[in-house]
Design a protein around this ligand. Structure first.
Ligand code: AMP
Ligand code: ZN
Length: 464
């Protein structure tokens, strides 16, 4: 049977293109990782889920993949550009910790969350920006020697007028960009979109992280980190780069500009970007504190895989509004599928027609929502129970939503109770204590208890 070839939407060309690897050996895949001054939130996790689906779909299509997800532990300033403070420095100083003390728990938790979401990290490399300072300095030196930079009082800057394709990736209107950013003009840059490759430590500042360089003590810009790490590990020209859509106009545009200027080669063939996930219509972001983590969801009695299921049920390029109601629906569907599948007998055959249907959806720019619908078609079909299990088991190489632990766990909290708990939470947020109490009593009457956590969330459990 003819398999449809893999098509991916390339932000660079704004169209779906047939994916062709640069070499037959291995596909290079780089994803911008978390900035570890706080826990990665579930919005961040959407970007790592995209990376996971890309990797699993490439493998599904028979490609070998070399995947890199970096850890940003220096240089990411509070405004994504050259303005503001280094997020890591700011947080470490505020909490009186060393950078390592600050970042280690967030890095450890990040790895734990990837595991809980069944993100395939087999052979994934997780380089840390501070371990690649030498490569970053070498890359900046190359750019200096080739005449792409200039020095100001506070650092070495990339001159975007020397790179004619600067506006391509973000479809930027630099005139607008100029007017917009002029207010935020950092130092004496020639053009507001010029960006720092290296920032000097101020003589009166007491930085926790700084390194000597040929131009003076300082620290790298955030964008140069990703260029240096990706090209060092994957080569100067690699296949796929992913990240959230917020990175298109600044971070990825700058990465591309400096990489292509330094090597004289194309940097990346396919740029893939996930749309944002919001909460109740508001941006979910670490800096505003408006977010849930995977651990928060687990405390609310959701299995982490319910979040994976929720992500899969929407297209990665569609904005997703997160709510506990939609997560509850995802959890119910997830548990039902797991209960159904693990009850079916083993040793069946994979159905080729359904396999082709599944591949067609997946290869159409990773349409996981449609691929998920094929799971239900298989369950409703006239296939034998064993063939159903074999076929869906095969799909799970990409979906990764099956987990025996889910069916051995105690019964899930019924939706009705979760809704009462959320209503109580809403009443509490409005300081409507009488109404909140009523909801608590109703929950208890139905045999459940509710307890509040220090971070403002709640846990529902059965009265034993
Ligand atoms: P950061 O830790 O802020 O550097 O972000 C890590 C990754 O998460 C990047 O690819 C961001 O673009 C992505 N990201 C951040 N916030 C969201 C969100 N609310 N929804 C989806 N992706 C996000
Ligand atoms: Zn990056």
């Amino acid at each position: 049977m003819i398999q449809p070839s893999l098509h991916l939407y390339n932000t660079l060309t704004r169209q779906k293109e047939v994916f062709k690897p640069i070499t037959n050996k291995e596909v290079g895949l780089y994803s911008c990782g978390p900035t570890v001054y706080n826990y990665a939130h579930i919005g961040n996790m959407r970007s790592f889920l995209l990376s996971d689906i890309v990797k699993r779909t490439l493998k599904w299509n028979g490609f070998k993949v070399k995947q890199v997800i970096n850890i940003t532990d220096v240089g990411h300033l509070t405004d994504d550009g050259d303005f503001g403070e280094d997020k890591i420095e700011q947080e470490a100083k505020a909490s009186g910790q060393t950078v390592e003390e600050l970042t280690k728990p967030f890095i450890d938790q990040f790895h734990a969350d990837l595991k809980r979401l069944h993100i395939d990290t087999a052979s994934t490399l997780f380089p840390q920006a501070t371990n690649y300072i030498t490569q970053q300095i070498a890359l900046i030196e190359k750019l200096i020697n080739l005449g792409f930079t200039y020095q100001t009082e506070d650092g070495i800057y990339f001159d975007i007028t020397k790179y004619p394709r600067y506006t391509e990736l973000g479809k930027l209107n630099l005139k607008g960009h100029t007017e917009d950013s002029i207010r935020n003009q950092a130092s004496d840059k020639k053009h507001p979109a010029d960006f720092a490759l290296w920032k000097f430590s101020l003589s009166d500042s007491n930085r926790l992280q700084e390194w000597p360089s040929p131009w003076g003590v300082g620290f790298p810009g955030w964008h140069i980190e990703c260029s240096a790490m990706s090209m060092d590990i994957l080569g100067a020209h690699f296949d796929i780069h992913t990240g959230g859509e917020d990175h298109i106009p600044i971070h990825h545009t700058n990465e591309r500009a400096q990489s292509e200027s330094a090597t004289g080669k194309p940097f990346v063939n396919f740029w893939l970007h996930n749309a944002f996930m919001s909460t109740d219509g508001n941006k979910m972001s670490k800096s505003t504190g408006n977010f849930f983590t995977v651990s928060d969801l687990i405390n609310l009695n959701f299995p982490a895989l319910a979040l994976r299921y929720l992500f899969l049920s929407a297209h990665y390029r569609s904005p997703l509004n997160f709510s506990l109601e939609s997560l509850t629906a995802a959890k119910t569907a997830l548990l039902k599928i797991n209960h159904t599948i693990f009850d079916l007998p083993l040793n069946g055959n994979i159905n080729q027609n359904f396999l082709t249907e599944f591949t067609t959806s997946l290869n159409d720019d990773l349409n996981t929502a449609k691929a998920l619908a094929t799971v239900y078609k298989v369950l409703d079909s006239s296939l034998s129970p064993a063939d159903k299990r074999a076929t869906i088991g095969k799909f799970d190489e990409v979906l990764a939503i099956l987990d025996k632990n889910l069916i051995t766990q105690t019964d899930p909290i019924p939706d009705e109770i979760m809704i009462l708990a959320e209503n109580r939470q809403t009443a509490r947020q409005k300081a409507n204590w009488t109404e909140a109490d009523k909801f608590r009593q109703e929950i208890e009457l139905k045999g459940y208890t509710i307890s509040d956590t220090s971070d403002g969330n709640f846990i529902v459990s059965k009265i034993s």
